[in-house]
Design a binder for this molecule. Structure first.
Ligand code: BGC
Length: 771
């Protein structure tokens, strides 16, 4: 295996080295002043200084023995001697106040300016707000923002995140995450915007623009550089386990997985972080076709590529495509890596120096990588302002909190509501139960104060579901957990089910049961598991509660859709709140009381059976209703709830779906309109989703694809004509030859159960990536 792989990787690297210049569009226009500054700094640098710019270390290498402060001797060594150009993460995996973080960054910058004369760039994983600050703001996780189908919330979160990160003197976030969450077993789908490329691309672009603003050459003091991640194909490991190999058809890689990245490159994304694993046998960190070919050459992108955590080491310790560190560093940098997140070993700097001296990494590649790092620092204004004196009065503000609450309300998805059991009348005696009922940690998920998530330790002032329901329905709420999670980090799967009998006894005294089940928090590899089913203990709790005959409202607080096919029939109502963050309990209580209406829709397919994990854009042959051409009659699309499913306390009628032209050419824009009417008794927001189906194509077409969405707010009886402009090129697909194709033939445009046929009158083929 190793023999086979190394020549492939090497061959690609060599070809990439010879042609690292734009071949098509240039996604970020060069700025003369920025480039002049970069060249001026580069000219004066020694090889050792250049190597230092290409290395990023964890803050842990600078910590003193208290794990809370910097050690001056270590600063001397890492910044002074090794001249390391970037630091990431937080001390001892603990969140710190903004003040503490800001002071630490200031100390590092002072050292960097004094000894190297080049500012250090500090990066943090701000995933759903100020993930690592004790006093900042949190928004619902990306999977929830996707469920709102409301671009406003991606913008709001991006804006607040940039502002609060800058307030802590940090100019760079490893966000947004845009790995397509197309396999529910993968433990990171909650970090992304779900399974659909278009939804993912739309939300990620909005977040990127809010984080960086519109001019990537001049990032202001309320904005930060993004690191769009993880480039790419990370979210569909064959095993379902984190950081394991993916096999992706080349056309899908281009058409679906690249789409969100392309959208963000075009919005000016300044850095990318690489997929820690591998695609089609090539570790992404050694994949020059993707890193150099697709991104730096095809898009003329002049930004910076950073590795993921220790992934250069993984080329030899895990993937065995390199024999040792030296070979791995050479392979990675030659493939297109510009900065190595090592993260503990400054010796990496010496390895780079040695490889440059021997010519194994050409000096032109070293200089190109250094330019990219310097360009980022210049664009961020770090040379003029290594640190900055500025007030940030909105930090941790009520305004951000209120946006977060609104986003949570729009993101929680009502999946089932039999006999109109919801909203509650307010007179019911409610038993609140389940391991997720009284936990802030689970409302937030991972990347919340700490890597694995530990909100209860930091922000006890916010309401759990239990506390929010107690406040909303005073005197009506009782509590028995039934099952409890182990609170030890990394032991998130352990459960104590000894309280089930007590919960059942309490259920007899209640009118309705709110059973809060799901998952404890996890992040990355510690979230790997062997069974997507909801845990046996929690299912046992639900069954025991159902035996009392009392109606159950099942609340799912989980990062991925755990299978519940066998217990779902026992519940009258089901709400998937996913990971709505600190105001998720309040949002749920507000929704259950009817004060606000549900409007979230699933951004993923909620599967029902372990051997039938689907996405909504499956192939027609998998669908039982399409008997024609289908010989596999067992391949039924039998899911728990489909992508886009979500109920409301009101009803919406769809009428008059129209496309402005029955026939169109490749350069046309289709104007689609549909009338949506609120036919119920309460106000409600409706996410309007437009799909297309290519009826005959030269590659087996997907049964349908999301092509546009919008959200409308309607009072009872109100009708609104929702309009969309869909460029015909959006209906194209990538063919077997890797080129975009819009083929002559019939398409069905559908929305809200209605459909219209349109005809494309001409085939057009585009070279990639020019769609
Ligand atoms: C994760 C990245 C993260 C990095 C730095 C890695 O383990 O995969 O998403 O940005 O660590 O903390």
């Amino acid at each position: 295996m190793k023999r086979y792989l190394i020549p492939v990787v090497t061959m690609l690297s060599v070809s990439a080295l010879s042609c690292n210049s734009p071949k098509g569009e240039v996604v970020i226009p060069a700025d003369k002043a920025v480039e002049a500054k970069v060249e001026q700094v580069l000219k004066g640098m020694t090889l050792e200084e250049k190597a230092g710019q290409l290395v990023q270390l964890s803050i842990m290498v600078l910590q003193d023995e208290t794990n809370e402060a910097l050690d001056p001797a270590k600063l001397d060594k890492i910044i002074g001697q090794y001249k390391v150009g970037s630091i990431l993460n937080v001390m001892n995996d603990h969140a710190h106040s903004r003040e503490h973080t800001a002071q630490m960054v200031k100390d590092i910058q002072a050292k960097s300016m004094e000894t190297i004369g080049i500012p250090c760039i500090y990066g943090l994983d701000m995933i759903h707000g100020a993930s690592y600050l004790t006093d900042g703001s949190f928004y619902p996780q990306e999977i929830n923002l996707a469920a709102t189908f409301n671009r406003t919330y991606a913008r709001m979160m991006g804006h607040a995140m940039a502002y609060e990160t800058r307030a802590a003197q940090v100019p760079w976030v490893f966000s947004p995450v845009m790995d397509l969450g197309r396999d529910p077993r993968w433990p990171r789908i909650w970090e992304s915007f779900g399974e659909d490329p278009y939804l993912q691309a739309e939300m990620a672009r909005e977040e990127t623009l809010a984080l960086q603003d519109k001019d990537p050459n001049h990032i202001g003091l309320e904005n930060v550089a993004v690191s769009i991640k993880h480039f790419m194909g990370y979210g569909v490991p064959v095993s379902g386990k984190d950081r394991t190999p993916a096999i992706i058809a080349p056309n899908d890689l281009r058409e679906k997985f690249f789409a969100p990245f392309l959208e963000c490159f075009r919005a000016g994304a300044l850095t990318i972080m690489v997929n820690s694993a591998s695609v089609n046998g090539i570790p992404t960190h050694a994949n020059s076709v993707l890193l150099t070919g697709w991104v730096k050459e095809e898009l003329g992108w002049d930004g910076m590529v950073v590795t993921d955590w220790a992934d250069i080491d993984n080329l030899y310790t895990r993937d065995h495509v390199a024999a040792d560190k030296r070979e791995a560093v050479k392979m990675g940098i030659n493939a297109g890596i510009d900065m190595i997140m090592d993260p503990y070993d400054p010796e990496c700097c010496n390895v780079i120096v040695d490889l440059a001296k021997s010519g194994e990494i050409p000096m032109s590649r070293i200089d190109d990588a250094v330019r990219r790092v310097l360009r980022l620092k210049v664009r961020l204004g770090l040379f003029e302002n290594p640190t900055w004196e500025k007030e940030y009065p909105m930090f941790g503000s009520e305004a951000f909190a209120s946006e977060s609450f609104d986003a949570a309300c729009e993101s929680e998805v009502l999946l089932k509501n039999e006999d109109g059991i919801l909203p509650f009348k307010g007179t019911e005696k409610i038993l609140v139960t389940g391991p997720n009922a009284n936990s802030l940690r689970t409302l937030n998920g991972g990347w919340s104060y700490t890597w694995q998530g530990s909100a209860d330790d930091y922000v006890p002032q916010y309401n759990t579901i239990l506390e929010a329901l107690q406040q909303r329905f005073p005197g009506k709420v009782s509590y028995e957990p039934g099952v409890l999670y182990d609170q030890t980090p990394m032991l998130w799967q352990n459960e104590d089910a000894s309280g089930i009998a007590k919960a059942v006894a309490a259920a007899y005294k209640a009118d309705v049961i709110v059973a809060c089940v799901g998952e404890n928090t996890y992040c990355e590899t510690p979230g790997n598991m062997d069974d997507l089913n909801l845990s046996a203990n929690q299912k046992q709790l639900v069954r025991a509660l159902a035996a009392t005959g009392k109606p159950i409202v099942l609340i799912l607080n989980e990062g991925r859709p755990r299978l519940i096919g066998d217990i779902e029939p026992l519940a009258k109502a089901v709400v998937d709140i996913m990971l709505p963050s600190n105001f998720g309990g309040d949002a749920l209580a507000t929704l259950l009381s009817g004060e606000r209406n549900f409007s979230g829709k699933l951004p993923f397919t909620y599967s029902k059976h372990i051997n039938a994990l689907h996405t909504y854009d499956y192939k027609v042959s998998e669908h039982r209703e399409t008997m024609e051409g289908s010989y596999n009659y067992d391949a039924i699309m039998d899911v728990q709830w489909p992508f886009g499913h979500g109920l409301s306390y009101t009803t919406f009628a769809y009428d008059n779906l129209k496309v402005d032209k029955p026939e169109f050419g490749p350069e046309d824009v289709l104007k689609v309109s549909v009338e949506v009417t609120n036919t119920g008794n309460v106000s409600g927001k409706e996410a309007v989703l437009v799909y297309s189906s290519d009826l005959v194509a030269s590659l087996i077409p997907d049964v349908k694809r999301l092509r546009a969405f919008d959200k409308v707010n309607l009072v009872p009886g109100e009708k609104h004509v929702v309009t969309f402009e869909i460029p015909a090129s959006r209906l194209a697909f990538v063919g077997a030859d890797g080129k975009w194709r819009l083929e002559e033939g019939d398409f069905r445009i559908s929305c809200g159960g209605l459909g219209v046929m349109v005809h494309c009158n001409q085939t057009k083929v585009w070279n990639t990536p020019n769609i």
